[in-house]
Design a protein. Structure first.
Length: 345
């Protein structure tokens, strides 16, 4: 069977010949005719982040959405106006590093709400000269996974948890604890936002610290801001900082906690209490990494991972109109009271 014939036979998922872009490259080593039979999604993007191939399983995740030949982050985030690659993008990192990359990534529905979460393994594809011409993603839907992990913690009992969850001393005798460690390790090696849910005093901050200390950001700052009982004005200033003269008493420039977390991790504790206007500004930062200080016009770019924590039912607060969905309900969810789940954010 010729390579071209094999490729042509695989163009049915979107009703068009979406893999012709692969023909100039040595694809003989890949049995493309078998990809549609795989029990997981295949998504291939070129250097322009344009989707040049999806198999049938990948298309089945989005039966009402055209994927072929669209820009990847526009297709999966359902936003044709989006101009920036997602910060957690496995393919982007694979292009940059030339290495296999494993990440968890969200996707949005027609209303802009994150409704699916995928575990993605990105594999660089090289031509005969060794240059990376595309990245192939192996994609698994993990939105429905739930691991019941009772932590047997009472409010305030965090010292023992600290001893248990240092990864080099973690005792994983039970399946539940093994599941917990595996999920925390996956979350640690990931720049996607994380939401930690649980009752007050059950170790949410500690889990956030563990995620940071076991990530590639561990040498950078870990900043913690409690959102409870803060006015909108105060919280905006604490988060994003302010310029000199922005308000009475602003006698000098002040960096906010977002800016202070450059390269590291920002924990937003009790995120459910954040004012709606602040949530909107956080949403913009999560999507673009950009913000302005209070009283300023200069846009500042910051690379910081966001971890949020709450003791509230955010799904209920969304229904009540008191909390925004989207990236503020992150791609990973850790419930430190009863379970660890992937699924919103």
């Amino acid at each position: 069977m010729s390579t071209k014939k094999s490729i042509t036979s695989l163009t049915g998922s979107n009703g068009e010949r979406i893999v012709e872009d692969l023909l100039p490259f040595s694809v003989q080593d890949f049995a493309l005719s078998a990809l549609d039979a795989l029990p997981f999604g295949i998504n291939i993007v070129n250097r322009d982040m344009r989707i040049i191939y999806v198999n049938q399983h990948q298309q089945s995740f989005f039966p009402d959405r055209q994927l072929g030949r669209r820009i990847c982050f526009q297709a999966y985030m359902n936003d044709d106006q989006r101009e920036e690659v997602c910060p957690w993008c496995a393919s982007k990192i694979a292009f940059q590093t030339g290495k296999l990359v494993r990440r968890v990534a969200p996707s949005r529905n027609q209303e802009g709400i994150v409704f699916k979460h995928f575990e993605v393994v990105a594999i660089p594809l090289r031509d005969k000269s060794g240059e990376i011409f595309a990245v192939m993603e192996l994609v698994e839907d993990i939105a429905g996974r739930t691991f019941n992990v009772p932590l047997a913690l009472e409010p305030g009992k965090t010292r023992n948890l600290s001893q248990m969850f240092a990864f080099d001393r973690l005792i994983c005798a039970s399946k539940a604890m093994k599941d917990l460690r595996r999920r925390l390790e996956l979350f640690s090696d990931n720049d996607a936002p994380v939401l930690i849910q649980g009752e007050t005093g059950t170790g949410k901050n500690l889990i956030a610290e563990i995620l940071h200390e076991n990530s590639s950001r561990k040498s950078k700052p870990f900043i913690d801001l409690n959102c409870a009982n803060m006015t909108e004005t105060l919280m905006e200033s604490e988060l994003f900082g302010h310029e000199k003269g922005a308000f009475t008493g602003a006698n000098s420039i002040k960096k906010g906690m977002v800016e202070m977390a450059e390269g590291g991790t920002l924990l937003l504790d009790e995120i459910g209490d954040a004012p709606m206007n602040i949530q909107a500004k956080l949403l913009r930062f999560l999507e673009s990494g950009r913000f302005e200080r209070v009283g300023g016009t200069r846009t500042i770019q910051v690379d910081a991972r966001i971890i949020a924590a709450t003791n509230q039912d955010l799904e209920r607060r969304i229904t009540e109109g008191k909390f925004r969905g989207g990236p503020l309900l992150p791609a990973e969810c850790v419930d430190d009271h009863s379970s660890i789940t992937s699924g919103t954010p």
